[in-house]
Design a protein around this ligand. Structure first.
Ligand SMILES: [Fe+2]
Ligand SMILES: [Fe+2]
Length: 470
């Protein structure tokens, strides 16, 4: 096999091809990265088309490499001019393919000292867990007490070794008691209250889709509602791979997170581009029997809370999670046939919003709700799940289907969805375009779900109040 030197026509052809392919791949890579970041799966046909083109370019890249390797292996005397036309395009294409992933990974290399926050990892009447992250490694220590108020903190808890990922658990604590605590090296003293395990009243706040754009006017009203704890059901960050976004989340919710346990679930934005590693690093949640912290169960007074990992839809609902969920429901009902069960996860189930609706509209490109309903609704009915809280759609809505109440609370932000043209058929209350939060009060056999939403000027509107029984 012999090679001839390229003519000036060949050179012009390769040069034009090279520039064209390089520009196309760079633009396409960035478009793909941005689309994955913001609207991935919404316009699924467009996404598939982009992936196909992207795949073809990657295959072309492999072909170029194959030609180069083939040439190198077959020629005893190398004629560089015969392969140089393949080398440069290959390098540019590879760089273009890899660049978006590197750039999107960069934010995870910058570290922040993040605000502390509370969560339940054990019995809420007898323990409380405190978590924070520091840029330097040290042995975390905190003092706490309940006897004379914040001035005297007689007990201490300390980590066994230096770390950046600080987790301290205050225990054993007494039920229905206010405790004060202070982290060594910080000036602030915060407090929390343990559960009154004998009470049949549980009051909590549910927020969702903060997206690092938390709506600040909510904070005093959430605190004024005097909740036992807070549920934050996903999309805590806009981009979970970014440490800056996590830092923002903890700063924006610091006043709540340092005084109330905030129980979280992971949203699609939190897990984007390997962000789930950050979610697990920065938050401490109970562990399921499978070892996962993305889904778990805890009991507060006579109410069972089950967190599921549903991000875009059911794609994260694997066999292990499903087996765990069904056995958890069966275990609860075997011992507590009439206790309240609250399920919470990020992806909505029944919704009037743009991500899907209860009419099963097959023309929708991304009918998440249809898939999620098909997977879960009958199970909820069979096991007597009373309330399901989700976000993902950025609006406030309460629906009641077969006695299961579905709430969407994706309004803890300033990036709200516009009104949908079609309401789902079991919607009780649908309010797009307003930031706000839900307050849920369970007292005996009655649950009262209240929507606290704000006008564009930041004024609290008259609450939507929906009482229902189990
Ligand atoms: Fe969201
Ligand atoms: Fe979401």
């Amino acid at each position: 096999m012999s090679s001839t030197a390229p003519t000036s026509k060949d050179v012009l052809f390769y040069a034009v091809s090279l520039v064209g392919v390089a520009v196309a791949v760079i633009l396409l890579s960035w478009f793909l990265a941005i689309m994955w970041y913001t609207i991935f799966m919404i316009h699924i046909a467009l996404t598939i088309a982009v992936w196909v083109v992207y795949g073809i370019l990657c295959i072309y890249c492999v072909y170029l490499a194959y030609r180069v390797i083939g040439y190198l292996r077959s020629k005893p005397v190398k004629d560089v001019s015969a392969i140089k036309h393949y080398v440069l395009p290959a390098i540019i294409i590879l760089a273009a393919v890899i660049t978006p992933f590197i750039v999107l990974k960069v934010p995870s290399w910058i570290e922040y000292d993040m605000a502390p926050h509370l969560s339940f990892t054990g019995d809420p009447a007898r323990s409380m867990t405190l978590t924070w992250y520091s840029t330097t490694s040290y042995v975390g220590r905190a003092t706490y007490g309940n006897i004379t108020g914040p001035a005297v903190l007689p007990y201490a808890v300390q980590e066994p070794a230096a770390t950046k990922e600080h987790v301290l658990t205050f225990e054993p604590l007494s039920p229905n008691t206010t405790y004060y605590y202070k982290i060594d090296g910080l000036s602030e003293t915060w407090s929390f209250r343990t559960a009154n395990e004998t009470a049949n009243m549980t009051r909590f706040v549910a927020i969702s889709d903060i997206h690092s754009m938390y709506y600040p006017p909510m904070t005093p009203d959430i605190i004024a509602s005097n909740p036992d704890f807070v549920l934050a059901v996903g999309d805590l960050t806009d981009y979970g791979a970014s440490n800056a976004d996590w830092n923002k989340y903890f700063e924006l919710t610091k006043e709540i997170g340092t005084n109330y346990a905030v129980m979280t679930t992971i949203g699609n934005h939190d897990s984007m581009f390997f962000g789930d590693g950050n979610y697990l690093k920065y938050l401490t949640m109970p562990q399921a029997s499978t070892g996962s912290e993305k889904y778990y169960h805890f009991k507060y007074n006579d109410v069972h809370f089950i967190c599921l990992d549903l991000e875009w839809g059911i794609e994260s609902y694997d066999a292990a999670q499903k087996a765990w969920f069904l056995s958890t429901l069966a275990g609860i009902r075997a011992v507590h046939p009439s206790d309240w069960i609250v399920v919470y996860d990020h992806c909505m189930h029944v919704s009037s919003g743009g991500f899907g609706n209860a009419t099963g509209d097959l023309l929708k490109l991304y009918n998440t709700a249809g898939n999620v309903m098909a997977e879960f609704h009958q199970t909820f009915v069979d096991y007597g799940v009373n309330l399901v809280i989700s976000g993902h759609d950025h609006h406030f809505e309460v629906s009641n289907w077969d006695g299961v109440v579905y709430a969407i609370v994706g309004t803890a932000n300033t990036r709200l969805d516009s009104a949908s043209a079609t309401n789902n058929t079991c919607s009780v209350f649908y309010e797009p375009g307003h930031s706000g939060f839900a307050e849920i009060s369970i007292n005996g056999n009655t649950c009262t779900l209240s929507g606290h939403l704000y006008t564009a000027g930041g004024t609290l509107m008259a609450p939507f109040v929906y009482p229902f029984s189990k």
